[in-house]
Design a protein. Structure first.
Length: 258
């Protein structure tokens, strides 16, 4: 029965993703597998956290303005569809966390899982909502105004969206476990994880300059010309930054709890 419920709930979530064309076909299959594992081990509460991450990300992506679409197209390497690396970066750490919980029966790992989900949605909302800020963001390192949509930047709107996303995930955990301390820790770690993501994005994430228009972008090609790496390390693309910050948020949560 437990296996059937896990399969059914995961199928419904995957079907919604298919209808919304939110994931590439291969990413959809992987996400379905991860969802089955998460729901089977973590139960309905873990599924609801995962589903909320997907739904809130979907809603945030649908908040479209001409300006926002232009900024994303100019700066970001990927389109709106999540691919396999994106799914791995945002869901794999949580899935692994629950597998370890299944083996060890360490209940603290359920809190860590919630923190991982909180960081995942925190980062997504900070990016998708933060770019709508009327004021240009500031670089988290230099504290100077910077290009909206570029990794390493933060804004008050983005930080608020980040906090709200973490709080929503923490609230789902609280409904099932009624632990105020864990509610605070999950919200805190999710929000801090997003700031870690911005910090790593500013230091390590590769950025390119277009030789034609001289825009700083995350795209390897711009104006139909190959761009030139000017900042960061080429190895550290957005997905690697995401999974690193996600894991660090989980580690932070566990350290606080022990």
């Amino acid at each position: 029965m437990k296996l059937f419920v896990s399969f059914l709930l995961s199928f419904l979530l995957a079907f919604l993703a298919y209808l919304k064309k939110a994931l590439t076909p291969n990413a959809l299959i992987l996400a379905f597998i991860f969802s089955c594992i998460i729901t089977y081990i973590g139960g309905v509460s873990s599924f609801l956290m995962l589903a909320m991450v997907f739904i809130l990300t979907l809603i945030a992506n649908k908040i479209k303005t001409t300006e926002r679409q232009t900024k994303i197209k100019e700066l970001h390497q990927k389109g709106h569809q999540k691919d396999i690396p994106s799914i791995i970066a945002n869901v794999a750490p949580g899935t692994l966390c629950l597998i370890i919980y299944q083996i060890t029966k360490n209940n603290l790992l359920l809190v860590v899982f919630a923190s991982l989900m909180a960081e995942a949605i925190s980062d997504s909302l900070a990016s998708d909502i933060g770019i709508l800020s009327k004021k240009d963001p500031i670089n988290i390192l230099t504290l100077k105004r910077s290009t909206p949509g570029l990794s390493g930047n933060i804004s008050l709107l983005g930080i608020f969206a980040s906090f709200l996303g973490s709080l929503i995930i923490a609230s789902i955990y609280f409904i099932f476990n009624n632990n105020v301390f864990h509610l605070i820790i999950i919200t805190l770690c999710g929000t801090i994880g997003n700031l870690i993501d911005s910090f790593l994005g500013a230091i390590l994430q590769v950025k390119y300059e277009c030789p034609n228009c001289h825009i700083i972008t995350e795209k390897e090609e711009h104006c139909q010309t190959k761009t030139i790496p000017v900042k960061g390390l080429k190895l550290f693309n957005n997905d690697l930054i995401n999974i690193t910050s996600n894991i660090l948020a989980g580690i932070l949560c566990y350290i606080i709890l022990i």
